[in-house]
Design a protein around this ligand. Structure first.
Ligand code: ADE
Length: 228
């Protein structure tokens, strides 16, 4: 799967892209990520890509020309134009269902805003899939783009090792439960002991206990998931 990230702050992605899971997926050609600096499409001598809003008001607005032209150029440089995703608090809310939908795409272009957002004509012309990661305002779309990449790549076959699978993830299709509690050594830490059932080796009993824990936790914290 191919991701193209369009941003004014490409350095934000450096550390994230070198982390081991993603790095391994990139090395194994399962994932390809290109980060593009939208300033490259500025025709201004100071590489300006934003301007004051018509009608007045605080802040700066990202200009239509460099944004639309960068997306069009990047789309042309590839076998398929891909789906354009614009990260904005005004978008539809991201959840595992949306992630599963995005994971079906061959290519995603992730458009990260800054300042007071984009000129409206960016949306009018590109008709992107506008996505919000929650009802709060970030300083820009970069962290939201990383959230999308991180949750989408988990669903690409081969990205997670054989020993892990996204099928059992909370919120995945067919699983509407929060995860049960996990324990590892030591058995006793400051008097906090591991539940006896996990030490007995009875797999049926362990599975039953985990299902029950999972249900109780969901009922207590996210009863809305059980209603769905
Ligand atoms: N940019 C700023 N805030 C955002 C949010 N909540 N989701 C996606 N992109 C954003």
């Amino acid at each position: 799967m191919r991701f193209d990230v369009l941003t004014l702050f490409p350095d934000i992605f450096t550390g994230y892209l070198s982390q081991s899971l993603l790095n391994k997926a990139i090395d194994r050609d399962l994932v390809h990520v290109d980060v593009h600096d939208m300033r490259r499409w500025s025709t201004d001598k100071h590489q300006k890509v934003d301007d004051r809003p018509y009608g007045g008001g605080p802040g700066m607005v990202l200009c239509v020309k460099p944004v639309v032209e960068s997306v069009e150029d990047i789309q042309k440089a590839g076998n398929t134009p891909g789906r354009v995703v614009l990260l904005t608090p005004q978008g539809r809310q991201l959840n595992q269902k949306v992630i599963e939908e995005l994971a079906q795409e061959e290519r995603l272009l992730l458009l990260c805003g800054r300042y007071e957002g984009f000129d409206q004509r960016v949306t009018d012309i590109l008709q992107p899939d506008e996505i919000s990661i929650g009802d709060f305002v970030l300083n820009g779309g970069e962290v939201a783009a990383m959230v999308v990449i991180d949750s989408v790549i988990r669903l690409i076959p081969g990205v997670l090792g054989d020993e892990t699978s996204a099928v059992d993830d909370s919120f995945s299709e067919g699983n509407r439960h929060l995860e049960f509690a996990q324990y590892t050594r030591p058995r006793d830490f400051r008097g906090h002991v591991v539940p006896e059932v996990l030490l007995g080796g009875n797999h049926e009993e362990i599975a039953r206990w985990r299902r029950e824990q999972s249900y109780l936790k969901t009922r207590e914290r996210r009863a809305d998931l059980l209603d769905e």
